[in-house]
Design a binder for this molecule. Structure first.
Ligand SMILES: [Zn+2]
Length: 419
């Protein structure tokens, strides 16, 4: 009884995905392909990259694409699917999508199983539909349609299928851009993720995003009795600096009512630690000799990293006993990306060709685009969906119509930019 129950529940849990995956000879249409991709659980922190890569490789091989699997120092892999152009000297166009997705949270909150790819009333539900398996599938089927139509490309197109974006990309694109294979791909332009517009008549083109500086502040003082008036209190000094940072952040919150968030410098305190432990508990009467905090700083495109560090140094000027170390950051983009770039014009024209308006924006968060920008590649972001933005939320979904719109847009962009 128990055995059969377990067997039934395992089949129920993995049902649709295994069913689709076990039919390698069936030519999946774009919607089925997205459903099967959603079936593969690539949620952090334990993404099943092996199954996802097998699934993607099998399809790309069947479709006759040249593929390369690029091992990274971390053990992760990037899959590159290419359609070669006739002019190898032209910098290639890369369409980037990350394979991993964020955790689902509480499954009971979801209307449908987040890994089932259920379709209801023309809407596909599932983790990754927007961020960003749906985009990756639209990119793939656009290039597949170009290939099947026998269109000769002048400029090479690479589809980059990458790991670990949702945990910072440190063991993903960060490592990938330093490989020999990456240099040989000769990429000049990247189209990566943006956000869904939430407006029937508009799509958003990302022309920049904020750069992270994640730091740890360490305050040093002298341990002493809590009754002392004259003491060098590491926790108190850190609290005074953090008050300055917090009030800066409050000012940005007000500014965010009139300026888009992607254009603001922000400083969020993300952790705070101090206190001396005695017998497994914090001693209430001991002044600690160290205190630490972490701060997540995001720098808009209009401020250079040097300027951002100068702002931080200025805030810290009155606190000589506090220093900071940078735990994660990125360099400024090399070269410029703007609404005047030729690729932006093509993206905007293509969107207008679908009867929609194109609107540029700066992204509040960061994506893999920052690694490409830091290498001097022109990077834009386009989530070609009009549905309401729901990147990491419950009931993440896109419409079947949006998926088809996405394919048409990528198809037209490749045709206009690469032939
Ligand atoms: Zn994403």
């Amino acid at each position: 009884m128990r055995k059969s129950l377990i067997a039934v529940s395992i089949i129920a849990m993995v049902g649709a995905g295994i069913y689709l995956l076990q039919r390698p000879d069936k030519d999946l249409d774009m919607v089925e392909f997205l459903q099967a991709y959603i079936n593969i659980n690539t949620a952090q922190p334990t993404p099943d990259y092996g199954s996802a890569l097998t699934f993607l490789k099998r399809q790309a091989t069947r479709d006759g694409f040249a593929i390369q699997e690029v091992p990274l120092p971390s053990g992760n892999k990037v899959l590159v699917v290419s359609q070669l152009g006739t002019d190898q000297a032209l910098p290639a166009l890369a369409l980037n999508h990350h394979i991993d997705v964020v955790p689902i949270g509480n499954q009971a909150d979801w209307k449908h199983d987040p890994f089932a790819g259920t379709i209801e009333s023309g809407i596909i539900y599932g983790r990754g539909t927007q961020d960003m398996k749906g985009i990756g599938v639209a990119q793939y089927y656009a290039l597949k349609a170009i290939k099947e139509a026998g269109i000769t490309l002048k400029r090479t197109v690479h589809l980059l299928m990458v790991p670990d974006e949702e945990v910072g990309g440190f063991k993903g694109v960060n490592e990938f851009v330093k490989t020999e294979v990456f240099s040989r791909l000769n990429i000049g332009f990247v189209l990566d993720e943006g956000v869904a517009s939430g407006a029937d008549n508009t799509l958003l083109i990302k022309i920049g995003e904020r750069k992270p500086i994640q730091i740890r502040l360490t305050s040093t003082g002298t341990e002493g009795h809590g009754s002392k008036i004259k003491c060098c209190n590491a926790a108190a000094n850190l609290a005074m600096l953090l008050a300055r940072i917090a009030s800066f952040q409050e000012e940005q919150k007000v500014r965010a009512n009139t300026i888009e968030a992607g254009q603001l410098l922000s400083m969020n305190i993300t952790s705070l630690q101090a206190g001396v432990m005695r017998n497994g508990t914090v001693a209430l009467n001991v002044v600690p000799n160290t205190a630490t905090a972490t701060v997540d700083i995001r720098v808009p495109p209009s401020i250079t990293m040097q300027q951002a560090h100068a702002i931080l140094d200025d805030m810290m000027h009155d606190f000589p006993s506090i220093h900071y170390e940078v735990l994660a950051t990125i360099s400024d983009p090399k070269g410029s990306v703007s609404v005047n770039s030729p690729l932006y014009h093509i993206l905007a024209k293509t969107i207008e060709g679908q009867g929609l308006q194109a609107q540029s924006f700066y992204f509040e968060a960061t994506t893999d685009t920052r690694y490409y920008l830091a290498c001097g590649i022109q990077g834009f972001g386009l989530t070609p969906f009009t549905c309401k933005e729901n990147l990491h939320g419950v009931d993440e979904s896109i419409t079947v119509d949006d998926l088809k719109l996405g394919q048409r847009i990528f198809y037209d962009v490749i045709r206009a930019f690469c032939t």
